[in-house]
Design a protein around this ligand. Structure first.
Ligand code: ADP
Ligand code: MG
Length: 606
């Protein structure tokens, strides 16, 4: 065991780390204590009573569960008179007097099972020295292997089926259960439900991580179906007998219960969640000196200890906060398969089983250090759900949250609740009331029109009134359009005044034709035609500033017509002449204005 906490050998208190949050995912179910620390791996210690053999050997109990059941005290008598007392704290400690039926409640397993029904992965791992009570805790009394009624697995399965029947979530859900059972023996994975087949491969996928390929999954419709799986698996487990345990498990066994739930909410497609419950009964570590294993068992012991050693390394690395490749998951089959459980997305419970016998105090302390390290690991549970469904569930959560915020804000602002608004909306005047209001509004008109109607037509109906009103409206619209056109013409800076003479009339016509003329500012763009007027001085005679300040213009109309116009009526020339025709008026007018410095212009060409 490489956990460095071992160095502090007195009053070891497990520390915890804050959970790491992952962006944009549903990894929000991190249970956090009041002190802000993660509680997604809980660790409990179970002390079994001294066995008959141990008592016969005159063994003393060296373990004591303290009153508040969070602390456990271990006395190491190996130091003679100076016996060393060590105290550990866990989520809970279960003394030898606690019966099987209370384990589930004491270890708060219900929380894990409820999560499984919600689509999370959960795991219970029993660890500890060989003969410390792991298989007893998980599978029940080994004297009677055909029934598992008092084991934790059986109790959990019963709970899950009962909870499913109650459908405690309140949603309309249908559940399906499937069970698999396999063992990791000598670094091989055997399907305990199909002994005739070769060892199974362990594969890896991005979605599922490491998984056992091609396992037999048994559909379970009732508790008895799961019990059959348990019995079948238990029969096929590798067990051996040695000095420490006459029924020693020689393999790590993992029983998995897949709980798929399909919920139909609203009209949308049903959402399927893939809950998973793992029950892990590890093979116990053993000292060859004490177990006195030999032959095949010796090899098994070596493999068991090696994989447990790797498990210890993984736990140490995780406890130190290492991530990714720095955690040696890949070094053993067991740690690969527990990747999700330790430092992954699962809710996990470790039950560290210990023997009270003083002769195995070292192993007991080892187990407790192991468990202490585990407590510091951070798991970030997440619902197992398809990506698409994940988005839908997230959006639904967001809507719920927004609704709550809306209610809160409304109550703070003293606004009626949403329901009240709807009620108000629904209490809007009905059609009859509307009609009454309309008739009241149109009453004065209908009266006068009615009067006219009386004169012209004896039966002046409401329809006639309405159609007349429509006609008036259309007339008004037409007039408005005409007014707008006139206004545009009058307000146009370039528009000539309405001064009456023939030149103006012609100029006016030109303006109207050239209203979309391109405006060219600057001498460079002065059209050559305009320049062909010998007496018209080009614009460069004026500074840019001054020419920009006023807005006179020379415009060229159809064919060769050229006009001059301006906004300022006093200076407006409104002359038209043919190209090359140096009309006296044109020439004189422009030239005199320019010489007085009055005339600056823009060129407009068509
Ligand atoms: P492990 O699986 O850890 O190797 P077992 O579960 O096989 O150990 O238990 C070893 C022995 O101790 C068995 O005979 C079992 O009945 C007994 N035992 C274990 N835990 C308890 C307990 N809490 N109460 C009574 N007997 C127990
Ligand atoms: Mg066992």
């Amino acid at each position: 065991m490489a956990c460095d906490i071992r160095a502090k050998n007195i009053d070891v208190l497990p520390g915890r780390k804050s959970p790491t949050k992952e962006n944009g995912s549903m990894k929000t179910n991190v249970e956090v204590d009041a002190d802000g620390k993660s509680n997604n791996i809980s660790v409990f210690v179970r002390v079994r009573p001294l066995t008959r053999e141990e008592k016969a050997r005159g063994e003393k109990s060296c373990v004591q569960v303290l009153k508040d059941t969070q602390f456990i005290k271990v006395v190491d008598y190996g130091y003679g008179y100076n016996a060393l007392t060590r105290k550990f704290q866990f989520d809970g400690c279960i003394g030898h007097e606690v019966g099987q039926d209370q384990v589930m409640e004491k270890c708060k397993v219900q929380r894990l099972l409820d999560s499984v029904l919600e689509g999370y992965s959960s795991a219970v791992i029993a660890c500890g020295q060989t003969g410390s009570g792991k298989t007893y805790t998980m599978c029940g009394r080994n004297e009677d292997r055909t029934t598992h009624g008092d084991g934790l697995i059986a109790q959990c399965v019963t709970y899950l089926f009962e909870a499913m029947k109650k459908d405690h979530s309140g949603n309309q859900r249908s559940y399906s259960f499937r069970a698999s059972y396999y063992e990791v023996y000598n670094e091989q994975v055997n399907d305990l439900l199909r002994l005739d087949c070769a060892p199974r491969d362990v594969k890896w996928s991005v979605k599922d991580g490491y998984y056992v390929d091609d396992l037999l999954l048994v559909d379970c419709e009732c508790v008895d179906d799961v019990f059959s799986v348990l019995n079948e698996g238990a029969k096929n487990r590798k067990v051996g007998s040695h000095d420490l345990n006459k029924d020693s498990s020689r393999s790590h066994c993992i029983m998995t219960l897949h709980v798929d739930s399909c919920s139909e909410i609203g009209d949308g497609a049903p959402i399927v969640r893939y809950g998973k419950m793992l029950f892990v009964d590890l093979a116990g570590s053993e000292r060859l000196k004490k177990s006195r294993s030999s032959g095949d068992m010796l090899k098994e012991t070596g493999n068991i200890n090696r994989s447990l050693f790797t498990l210890g390394k993984v736990i140490s690395a995780l406890a130190e906060g290492k991530k990714g490749d720095l955690v040696p998951y890949r070094e053993s089959m067991l740690t690969k398969l527990l990747m999700e459980t330790l430092g992954g997305n699962s809710l996990s419970l470790m039950i560290a089983c210990i023997s009270p016998a003083s002769s195995v105090v070292e192993e007991t302390l080892g187990t407790l250090y192991y468990a202490t390290c585990t407590k510091t690991i951070v798991n970030v549970p997440s619902i197992n759900i398809d990506e698409k469904d994940k988005v839908i569930v997230n959006l639904r959560k967001e809507i719920e949250q927004l609704k709550k915020e809306n209610i809160l804000l409304r109550s703070k602002l003293g606004l009626p609740a949403e329901g009240d608004i709807k009620d108000n909306a629904s209490s809007q005047p009905d059609i009859e009331t509307n009609q009454k209001q309309i008739s009241m509004t149109v009453a004065p008109f209908s009266k006068s029109v009615g009067h006219v109607g009386d004169e012209n037509e004896p039966d002046f109906s409401r329809e006639t009134l309405v159609s007349n009103q429509c006609g008036w409206m259309l007339d008004k619209e037409r007039m408005l359009t005409q007014l707008r056109t006139a206004e545009r013409l009058l307000c146009n800076k370039m528009a000539p005044s309405a001064k009456e003479n023939s030149q103006d009339a012609l100029q006016n016509a030109l303006w109207q034709q050239e209203s979309k003329a391109r405006v060219i500012e600057g001498i460079e763009n002065l059209p050559s035609r305009t320049q062909s007027f010998p007496n018209v001085q080009p614009l460069h005679a004026l500074s840019e500033d001054s020419y920009k300040n006023k807005s006179y213009s020379i415009s060229r109309g159809r064919s060769d017509d050229v006009g001059v116009g301006g906004q300022d009526r006093k200076l407006r020339l409104g002359l038209v002449g043919k190209q090359g025709n140096t009309s006296g008026q044109w020439h004189e007018g422009i030239h005199s204005l320019m010489s007085k410095g009055f005339l600056q212009w823009k060129i407009i060409c068509g």
